[in-house]
Design a protein around this ligand. Structure first.
Ligand code: PEP
Ligand code: MG
Length: 896
């Protein structure tokens, strides 16, 4: 059978259905479904998305049998409506609109009033009895068609219109009479001739095919390409084209056009919410030339408007619209975004689709629809965009406030913050201690900046990607962060930050929006997160459906507490090196590093040990009864080295050696490639006393807390393992310290020893490593870095190009490369579990908080995901959604 490229609708009959979104696009499927529901829909047809795909696959050629099918569908409209296309006496006029599977508002092209020419406009005059309306429609058509199809820019037409108004002393478009519009049309046609070298096309069919080609062409315009990239919409989905007979909302005072949401899209309140304009065409509402009026009296009053509501002006039609609202919502079982036109007192529906909404509205609508019996709890859980919860977990900028954006970077950590610009961590800490909110601005951050990052309300860097130090740490702390804002030139010496001609000085106030990646001049008001009510209800439901546990990456008591408040079920990664960088400890750590004898190192370690132990005591207490995975030291060695003269002098003083010796030692320890250098377990192989000290601190802390009657479940984790031998060697040190602590305290603490899987070799050798390791935690930051051979700190410089060019869909440091890195995880999981069937598997890289990556983790049956505290609720919801998805996949497979 020949392919069906065209689906007709009208007169209560449609070839398509709501579930054909992929083929008909959202708009086409919605029009078909409304037709099937016997709602008033102007007849029309949809050219499928498959035509778009075929068009691009075949060098912009249509399938050969498309013309015939379009002709046939056009005849059907003519029959249904009793008018003929191109008929000078009573012409059928159509709109031509795009409509992809996912809505892409304003990204693609639309042409209205198509079919008008010098002859048919006369028919429109005769039939409408309104020459002014007909000429106005014709000139709108020329303008739109010429812009969309012939690429003549809008301003050319605006200028012609302005000239006319000026020469006649007219102010508003509505002041123009029929003969004025006629004169404008004559000049519009001249403009087209001038710009294209051809007259404006008079043949209706030629117009139609031109518009269809333009809509398909607009799928590949730069705006649409960018929108798709930002919203993860694949290019091969294509758009459909909807051709529909025109209805006119601009034929007089008994006509109107409007858009509405079946519930309030920003609060979620169950109230009809929309805007309309009397005597106007669709684009007038959107274009903002006239102030739209509220649909309901309640809406009008809530917004303090004195323009009459549709409920008052057109009570009959409004009643019909209210009935449509409830029919569409019940049928679609979701909040709808609808478009309608009233032509001479008759209501016509032009669109229905699931409405976009804020996270807050999404929660409220889902919870209330369950209460109303419209959807089930699992549907409610499945329906919320997990990532969107970010909007609720951090203060956000007041959407009504004005923003003066000076630079853009990566949206590295969501939330919004205003504060004074500072360029050093110490300054951040000083000012914050005095109660001044600050934004720490650095070229990039390093572990030594942690105190300043903590003190700051937000962080800006001019270099670095989504897993750069600044991004990871800021997300962990729940600080807003814009990373890699490359247009900012930061000068530490001058204490300025320059972008173009704008110079921002230390002490100036800026605001950052970490969710949008924006750096904004001045202060912008924020609104606080609200985590009870609907949020808590949905979280409670999600927890019932998920299989995977959700833990947090945290190392400070504050972060640990936050993690618990957000529902973390343990710590999946406590990065102990972050504890080493505390201002009090860093000198002792440096003393240890520069020491060239074991004795010297032990002396320095002894200073740190009580502080480490206290940290662990606190964390065990807060995480009472929940597992706490503590990772042994893992920073690149060079991060410990003293850099400034003052730091060198201080280390020399406490270590009792010369500054010269400190300098020589620092040079010796310099590495060409620290990320692949002396870090992770390699440090402990060289200096086992570090591992020993940390293990002792862990077990003595655990014993102390256990003695106080609190259950502790320590899991000691060794980083950057590549062979079983490394693991066994360090595990021996750990077990020995556990035993010593038992003898010393009389407490037998149950613990596990496991490893990070962060390197391809570890993944491949997982079968052997699991002979000794009791758990694996996938460190997908390093695993991505080493599998792709792309530095996690430098990726920000070129990854945007990889995304722009479509080589990758998403930044692999933000969302797991499921094919490559995912394959290594799969292999490691299988080989590890083959050796040890009860091997516990988790993930603690940044991907542990990304919903798509969490879905992958469910598919390889990890036991838990671990993410920064502020992403815990997102991970809980995403884990529930993943479990539901996999259950239904499994059920579908079983049914086959
Ligand atoms: C990782 O590599 O994924 C990880 C969690 O460790 P870090 O980010 O500390 O290197
Ligand atoms: Mg790592």
């Amino acid at each position: 059978m020949a392919n069906k490229w065209v689906y007709s609708f009208g007169d209560g009959k449609a070839d398509g259905r709501a579930d054909m979104k992929n083929l008909l696009g959202g708009k086409g499927a919605g029009l078909a479904e409304m037709t099937n529901l016997a709602l008033p829909v102007p007849p029309g047809f949809t050219i499928t998305t498959e035509v778009c795909t075929a068009f691009y696959a075949n060098n912009r050629q249509y399938p050969s049998d498309l013309t015939g099918q379009v002709e046939e569908a056009l005849h059907l409209i003519e029959k249904r409506i009793g008018k003929k296309f191109g008929d000078p006496k009573d012409p059928l006029l159509v709109s031509v609109r795009s409509g992809a599977r996912a809505s892409m508002p304003g990204m693609m092209d639309t042409v209205l009033n198509l079919g008008l020419n010098d002859n048919t406009v006369q028919g429109l005059i005769a039939k409408s009895g309104d020459a002014r309306f007909a000429y106005d429609s014709y000139r709108r058509f020329i303008q739109m068609f010429s812009n969309v199809v012939l690429n003549v820019e809008h301003h050319n037409f605006e200028e012609v219109l302005e000239d006319h108004k000026r020469s006649k002393g007219l102010k508003q478009d509505t002041d123009l009479k029929a003969e004025d519009w006629q004169a404008v049309i004559a000049d519009y046609k001249k403009t087209v001739q001038q710009h294209t070298g051809k007259p404006f096309p008079q043949d209706a069919k030629e117009q139609l095919w031109g518009a269809i080609a333009a809509v398909f062409g607009s799928w590949m315009n730069q705006r649409a390409i960018t929108y798709r990239k930002l919203n993860n919409i694949p290019a091969d989905w294509g758009t459909a084209v909807n051709v529909q007979s025109m209805v006119f909302g601009n034929m007089g005072q008994d006509c109107a056009t409007g858009v509405a949401f079946t519930r309030n899209p920003s609060t979620g309140d169950n109230q009809f919410y929309g805007e309309y304009l009397v005597n106007a065409q669709g684009e007038d509402v959107v274009a903002g030339i006239r102030t739209p009026q509220h649909l309901t009296v309640a809406g009008k009053e809530a917004n303090g408007s004195n323009l009459p509501a549709m409920e008052e002006v057109m009570p009959e039609v409004f009643k019909q619209l209210v009935a449509v609202r409830s029919k569409l919502e019940k049928h679609n079982r979701d909040m709808q975004d609808i478009e309608f036109t009233v032509e001479k007192g008759k209501l016509w529906m032009l669109q229905t689709r699931n409405g976009k909404r804020t996270a807050r509205a999404a929660l409220k609508i889902a919870v209330e629809m369950v209460q109303e019996g419209l959807i089930t709890q699992t549907e409610a859980v499945a329906r919320i965009d997990a990532s969107s919860l970010d909007q609720l977990l951090h203060p956000t900028l007041d959407p009504k406030a004005k923003r003066n954006v000076v630079a853009k970077g990566l949206p590295a950590s969501p939330g919004a913050a205003s504060g004074q610009v500072v360029f050093s961590a110490d300054k951040a800490e000083d000012l914050a201690a005095k109660g001044t909110p600050v934004i720490l601005c650095r070229v990039e951050t390093s572990p030594e900046d942690i105190h300043g990052m903590h003190a700051a309300k937000g962080i800006v860097t001019s270099r670095g990607g989504m897993t750069s130090h600044a991004a990871v740490v800021a997300r962990g702390m729940g600080r807003a962060c814009v990373a890699g804002a490359g247009s900012l030139h930061i000068d530490y010496a001058k204490e300025t930050m320059t972008v173009g001609s704008t110079v921002i000085k230390a002490g100036d106030t800026i605001t950052i929006d970490g969710g949008a990646g924006e750096v904004i001049l001045g202060s912008v008001p924020t609104v606080k997160p609200e985590l009870s009510g609907d949020f808590a209800t949905i979280m409670g439901w999600a927890d019932q459906y998920r299989r995977m546990r959700v833990r947090a990456n945290a190392e400070t008591p504050l972060d640990t507490r936050t993690a618990r408040q957000f529902g973390a079920e343990g710590i999946g990664l406590c990065r102990t090196e972050h504890m080493f960088f505390d201002a009090e400890r860093i000198t002792a750590v440096r003393e240890m590093i520069v020491a060239d004898t074991e004795e010297g190192r032990r002396k320095a370690l002894a200073k740190i040990e009580p502080m480490q132990k206290n940290d662990f005591v606190e964390i065990f207490k807060i995480m009472e009864g929940l597992p706490v995975t503590i990772r042994l030291l893992d920073p690149p060695l060079h991060e410990f080295l003293p850099k400034s003269d003052a730091e060198m002098a201080e280390v020399a003083r406490v270590a009792g050696i010369s500054v010269e010796k400190v300098k020589i030692r620092a040079q010796q320890l310099h590495e060409a490639n620290p990320m692949l250098g002396h870090r992770g377990c390699r440090l402990a192989v060289t200096f086992p006393e570090i591992c020993e000290m940390q293990a002792r601190a862990i077990f003595e802390a655990a014993s102390e807390v256990q003695k106080a009657g609190i259950t502790v479940l320590p899991e000691v984790m060794i980083p950057l393992i590549i062979t079983k031998k490394e693991f066994v060697m360090l595990k021996e040190v750990i077990d020995r310290e556990a035993e010593k602590a038992r003898l010393k305290t009389g407490q037998k603490v149950n613990y596990m020893v496991g490893t990070m899987i962060e390197l391809p070799r570890a993944a491949l050798m997982a079968g052997q490593i699991a002979e000794s390791a009791e758990f694996f935690s996938f460190g997908t930051n390093d695993l991505t870095q080493t599998t792709l051979g792309i530095s996690r700190d430098d990726a920000g410089n070129f990854m945007p190009d990889y995304i722009r060019t479509g080589i990758v869909d998403r930044d692999p440091f933000a969302s797991l490369d499921q094919q490559g890195v995912g394959e290594l995880i799969r292999i490691a999981g299988e080989r590890g579990r083959h050796t040890r069937s009860n091997l516990k598997l988790g993930i603690c890289g940044e991907h542990g908080g990304d919903p798509d990556s969490i879905n992958f983790c469910e598919s390889v049956r990890l036991d838990y995901v671990s993410c920064s505290p502020y992403r815990v609720p997102i991970a809980r919801l995403a884990a529930a959604q993943a479990a539901l998805r996999h259950q239904s996949l499994a059920a579908a497979k079983a049914a086959e």
